[in-house]
Structures are given as C-alpha cells and as structure tokens.
Design a protein. Structure first.
Length: 196
C-alpha cells in the first residue's frame, strides 16, 4: 500500500471521533444508526481497526459527509459542495457548511407530525440563530411561546430550555446557524464609501 494512502487511513480515526463529538452523538447512538458495533466504532476511532469501505459508507451517511471528507482526499478543484440530508429526531437537516468546529449552518425541514409527543424543551451547550424560509415555526424558549413567520429570525443561548416544531399542519423550512461552544454569528459590513 502506498505511504500517502497509509497516512490518510491512519488519520480517519481522529476525524471520526471529531465528527461524533461535534455532532454530540454517543457511540451507542451511532451504533444503533449504522449497525456497526460499539466496539468496532471505538477501535476505528482509536486507530486500532483499519477502516474499510463497508464501515466508512454507513458512517459517511450518518454524519452527512462524503467519503472524501472522511479520508481527507485532496481537493479536485470542483467548487460544488455535495450536500447529504440527514434525518434525525423528526427533522431533516441539510448541512450547509463542511468544516469541523466553529459555527455550523443547516437548512432544516420539519413536516407536520414529525415532532410527535408535543413540546419537550431541552437544553445543551451552544448558541443558535434561526431564520424561517417557508411555513410557520413554533418556538418555545423558556417562558416564551412564539410563532415565527417567513422572514422572521430568532437567536438564543441553547442553555435556555427550548423546543421548535411546525406551528401549523404545513411543513416549515428554516435556516439554523449553530455554535456548539456558544459562538455567535457576527455580520460584518463594509463602511460606505463617501460620495464626492
């Protein structure tokens, strides 16, 4: 096997561990989603098990990344991003960013009835910004029970108990910017040039 390929395969474990931690998924949850045993997943992450295509394909699907990203293949010069939707916890998430860490962007689609069982506000580390594209989004945030319409946005510390779902019997689509470590999105505008 060529030296570069060996190095790329040796680095897969660290990337797998980083992806799992970034998405806040346990080995047990990942095992249930992929059908790969917890011990095999653990050995893949530690580098004691060589990755194979049969193991990497379900992991790439679960994380919503390409095989190229898992093995850190060199870029081809093609600027297109091949996005893979991930359906989890009653929502379809389409990752819009590919880098690890920092603020992550998602397009999220919730179909009516997907969030069955009613509101169940939760907390976790991070900071989130939501922008509604289509439909109406119900957001429960602490003591507030809000409905956001297209063009409306909300931002909040995710340590405040929160829950969101469709406000009506129509699907809702929205953009989400999420910083796991509490990063906030900052918009930078260039100063206007002075008119002569």
């Amino acid at each position: 096997m060529d030296h570069d390929l060996d190095q790329a395969l040796d680095a897969v474990g660290g990337r797998l561990r980083a992806l799992r931690r970034q998405r806040d998924v346990t080995l047990t949850d990942l095992s249930a989603e992929t059908g790969i045993s917890v011990s095999t997943l653990s050995r893949l992450e530690s580098g004691t098990r060589k990755p194979t295509l049969e193991l990497l394909l379900p992991l790439a699907r679960a994380y919503g990344v390409t095989l190229d990203e898992l093995v850190d293949a060199p870029p081809t010069g093609d600027p297109r991003i091949h996005l893979r939707p991930v359906t989890r916890h009653g929502m379809t998430m389409l990752p819009l960013t590919r880098r690890a860490g920092g603020i992550q962007a998602y397009k999220i689609v919730l179909a009516p009835g997907d969030r069955s069982g009613g509101p169940d506000p939760r907390t976790h580390e991070g900071y989130e910004w939501l922008y509604v594209l289509n439909g109406r989004l119900r957001l429960i945030l602490g003591d507030h029970d809000l409905v956001l319409a297209p063009g409306e946005a909300a931002e909040f510390d995710t340590r405040v108990p929160h829950w969101f779902g469709p406000a009506e019997s129509e699907p809702v689509e929205f953009l989400s910017l999420f910083g796991r470590q509490g990063e906030r999105a900052h918009l930078r505008a260039q100063p206007r040039s002075k008119q002569p």
